[in-house]
Design a protein around this ligand. Structure first.
Ligand SMILES: Nc1ncnc2c1ncn2[C@@H]1O[C@H](COP(=O)(O)OP(=O)(O)OP(=O)(O)O)[C@@H](O)[C@H]1O
Ligand SMILES: [Mg+2]
Length: 173
């Protein structure tokens, strides 16, 4: 089952706010696949998410370190940036250890440049950010899960009321 929503993010503060809202709402074990070109707002979203989890440390894109782990918040945040890698290089990182619950406590896994993953996880929330002609951004959210509901209880429908201020007009009724 696929659930999807399109949001309008007029400025960087809105992207940050969307991240904030996700940090408040997402249960442990949620994987966020962040897609969109250079400078589309992926890190901005993760910064908002980190703040609402209660992470005081400044979040910067782990473009060179590849993975940052934050454990001081409500639940852990694992922030990955795969920009510099190709899928065969990603394969040897075994990123699934951030969501299989064996090596690391479950948290939120936020993956920038998720296009580089050699294989998709079973369940994930994909957020595709794209610039508009006006310099703002659109965000396409897709919740993908085989059972129609994530094992951790997450569904896009649960988030929808909170997302109302950002909903693109056609979905706003
Ligand atoms: N909704 C928005 N409208 C306008 N500008 C935005 C919006 N969201 C973020 N930005 C701005 O876009 C710029 C790039 O943001 P950010 O670094 O988060 O992008 P990124 O997708 O992580 O880039 P990279 O691919 O290099 O990692 C920043 O200046 C940020 O403030
Ligand atoms: Mg970034």
């Amino acid at each position: 089952m696929i659930e999807s929503l399109t949001l309008l993010l007029p400025d960087a503060a809105a992207t940050y706010q969307l991240g904030h809202l996700l940090g408040r709402s997402l249960p442990a074990g949620t994987i966020l696949l962040l897609q969109g070109n250079l400078g589309s707002g992926k890190t901005t979203l993760v910064q908002g998410l980190g703040e609402s989890l209660g992470i005081a440390e400044a979040i910067v894109s782990p473009t060179f370190t590849l993975i940052s782990e934050y454990s001081e918040g409500r639940i852990p945040l694992y922030h990955l940036d795969l920009y510099r890698l190709d899928p065969t290089e990603v394969e040897v990182l075994h990123v699934e250890s951030y969501w299989d619950g064996l090596e690391f406590p479950l948290g939120i896994v936020a993956i920038e440049w998720a296009e580089r993953l050699p294989e998709l996880p079973l369940e994930y929330l994909r957020i595709e950010l794209a610039p508009t002609e006006q310099g703002s951004r659109t965000a396409h959210l897709n919740a993908i899960s085989p059972a129609g509901k994530f094992q951790n209880g997450f569904s896009l429908g649960l988030l929808q009321p909170a997302l109302q201020p950002f909903l693109a007009r056609s979905q706003n009724g």
